[in-house]
Design a binder for this molecule. Structure first.
Ligand SMILES: *[C@@H]1O[C@H](CO)[C@@H](O)[C@H](O)[C@H]1NC(C)=O
Ligand SMILES: *[C@@H]1O[C@H](CO)[C@@H](O)[C@H](O)[C@H]1NC(C)=O
Ligand SMILES: *[C@@H]1O[C@H](CO)[C@@H](O)[C@H](O)[C@H]1NC(C)=O
Ligand SMILES: *[C@@H]1O[C@H](CO)[C@@H](O)[C@H](O)[C@H]1NC(C)=O
Ligand SMILES: *[C@@H]1O[C@H](CO)[C@@H](O)[C@H](O)[C@H]1NC(C)=O
Ligand SMILES: *[C@@H]1O[C@H](CO)[C@@H](O)[C@H](O)[C@H]1NC(C)=O
Ligand SMILES: *[C@@H]1O[C@H](CO)[C@@H](O)[C@H](O)[C@H]1NC(C)=O
Ligand SMILES: *[C@@H]1O[C@H](CO)[C@@H](O)[C@H](O)[C@H]1NC(C)=O
Length: 454
């Protein structure tokens, strides 16, 4: 019925303060927040004698202004008002059902002008939240999908990373249609440190989510091993460590290897004490650590550190000859050359400056540490029994030079007149400390007695 009336009005051409074609209502849609008041203003002043009628959806009459009087229909009483002076319509405490097209018809003296505008009732934006499909991510492996959820009438979402908007690069970052989802493929460690914020908005309102970040595990990388001192020889029982480090989240755990064999030890520091306790270090060997990240399940080895532990021994001054008086044709002698510190790499036995080689009565131990002369002959008299031990010894901080040690042992003929060729003497052997070689050399020299019991 009202629609028909409206249509009829369109056909009539009654004069008014407006001229046809003039804009009466603003362009829509006009947005209004749920619960707020809405006023729709006419863009032109009305004439004194104009009749202004407001309708909802073309069929429901809201009210009419006749010169000097306003009528509001029962349905809109108390909720709607029309300003007598300018013809504007005000609706109080707007509801969602108030969304829709509103039209006005102005009947003037000469014209009838209809106009229409769309009203959108927006629900307030609230509860904006970022959700991740993963609780935590693994660098390079994980694809993370962040979803922004919210309540209310939302027309757009935006994502920011540390306050800067996140562009879609269509490679690793994809911002999906209507921007609800942010997908990051092959996530990297700094991608989700953020803070990442999602903002949901409509034309009247916007609200941001809480700051979001996601732990991304990575590594181990840059696995480095450091020895507390440089050099290929490490003195036994010294304060020496191997330390491993790696860039990793969570912190890497470390296992240790000697050549291919695992050492029963963990932690970033491997002490010499443990190395020796576990029975390693006797020979030149390679040590390395393997860093492991329990989250990424990645294992990365360090480079190798090569060294040998120098075993220290106490000096033994006893020699295995049976008597201190050596008698030709009856006595035997055992001379020993051992390093107190370090690995003796070479031993040369000299007699009177000339290399001594084994024969039927001079026997060398398999490792040349000792020689055994049985039975002593008069010809065995001479300057010995020289033991040359050379070794590369590396001090704690300085690299020392290869060292040669010479121990002179003298067999002294006691009585050259003895027809049986008996000789007597005391053979003193010295166990040679490489580190104190010179001192020992003189010590040994000083101790060589020349006894003449007859
Ligand atoms: C009606 O409109 C006039 C002109 O715009 C304004 O001055 C007046 O305050 C309005 N009256 C009411 C009740 O809002
Ligand atoms: C956030 O910013 C950091 C630093 O610029 C960047 O490394 C990261 O990739 C960014 N993340 C996203 C999702 O844009
Ligand atoms: C990530 O968020 C947590 C709380 O959710 C916060 O404690 C932490 O500091 C944040 N990390 C960064 C790097 O912003
Ligand atoms: C070796 O490690 C032990 C135990 O961590 C520490 O007390 C010592 O100071 C370290 N020594 C060196 C030379 O780094
Ligand atoms: C000494 O060095 C040699 C040759 O490298 C090696 O065979 C031997 O096992 C080492 N001995 C010790 C005690 O380190
Ligand atoms: C990461 O990806 C690699 C290669 O695709 C795979 O071998 C590995 O198991 C993955 N790591 C985790 C923790 O899923
Ligand atoms: C030779 O040694 C044996 C046993 O050690 C001894 O019985 C013998 O008297 C010695 N001979 C001489 C001439 O000293
Ligand atoms: C000589 O002395 C060494 C070192 O003490 C010992 O190992 C070796 O058995 C001795 N040889 C003889 C034949 O007594």
């Amino acid at each position: 019925m009202a629609l028909i009336a409206f249509s009829l009005l369109l056909l009539l051409s009654v004069k008014s303060g407006f001229s046809a074609g003039e804009k009466v209502l603003p362009d829509g849609p006009l947005d209004v927040l749920l619960g707020k008041d809405l006023t729709i203003n006419l863009l032109r002043p009305t004439g004194k004698d104009d009749i202004i009628t407001w309708n909802y959806k073309g069929s429901t009459s809201i009210g009419t202004v006749r010169p000097g009087a306003v009528t509001i229909t029962d349905q809109y009483k108390g909720r709607a008002s029309i300003n007598v002076t300018d013809g504007s319509l005000t609706l109080k405490s707007i509801k969602s059902e108030d969304s829709g097209d509103y039209n006005v018809v102005i009947i003037g003296l000469t014209t009838t002008i209809p106009a229409e505008v769309k009203i959108r009732v927006l629900e307030p934006v609230s509860d904006v939240m970022i959700k991740s499909d993963l609780p935590e991510a693994i660098e390079y492996n994980s694809t993370v999908v962040l979803t922004c959820t919210s309540k209310g009438s939302i027309l757009s979402f935006t994502w920011t990373n540390d306050s800067k908007s996140i562009p879609s690069d269509d490679k690793r970052f994809t911002v999906q249609s209507s921007v609800i989802k942010l997908t990051i493929t092959g996530v990297q460690r700094y991608d989700l440190v953020g803070p990442i914020v999602c903002t949901a908005a409509n034309p009247l309102q916007k609200e941001s989510s809480a700051k979001f970040n996601l732990t991304t595990y990575y590594g181990p990388e840059a696995v480095t091993i450091k020895a507390s001192s440089q050099g290929k020889y490490v003195p036994s029982n010294s304060d020496f460590n191997l330390t491993c480090s790696a860039s990793s989240k969570p912190a890497a755990t470390f296992t240790w290897f000697h050549n291919a064999e695992q050492i029963e030890a963990s932690g970033p520091v491997l002490t010499l004490k443990v190395i020796e306790e576990k029975g390693f270090g006797h020979t030149m060997g390679n040590y390395r650590c393997v860093a492991k990240n329990d989250k990424t399940q990645r294992k990365v080895p360090s480079t190798n550190v090569e060294f040998s532990v120098m075993v220290s021994e106490t000096i033994s001054k006893s020699l295995n000859h049976r008597n201190s008086i050596l008698i030709a044709g009856n006595s035997s002698a055992n001379l020993t050359c051992q390093a107190v510190r370090g690995n003796v790499t070479d031993r040369v036995w000299l007699k009177d400056g000339k290399p001594l080689s084994p024969d039927s009565h001079v026997k060398f131990s398999s490792d040349s540490t000792s020689i055994y002369i049985d039975v002593l002959k008069k010809e065995d008299n001479g300057d010995y029994y020289t033991c040359e031990a050379s070794n590369e010894v590396t001090g704690k901080s300085t690299k020392s030079l290869p060292l040669s040690v010479t121990v002179k042992v003298k067999l002294k003929k006691i009585d050259e007149g003895l027809s049986d060729g008996a000789i007597a003497g005391i053979v003193i052997g010295c166990l040679v400390a490489v580190g104190a070689a010179i001192a020992l050399f003189f010590y040994c020299r000083g101790k060589i007695p020349v006894s003449s019991p007859y």
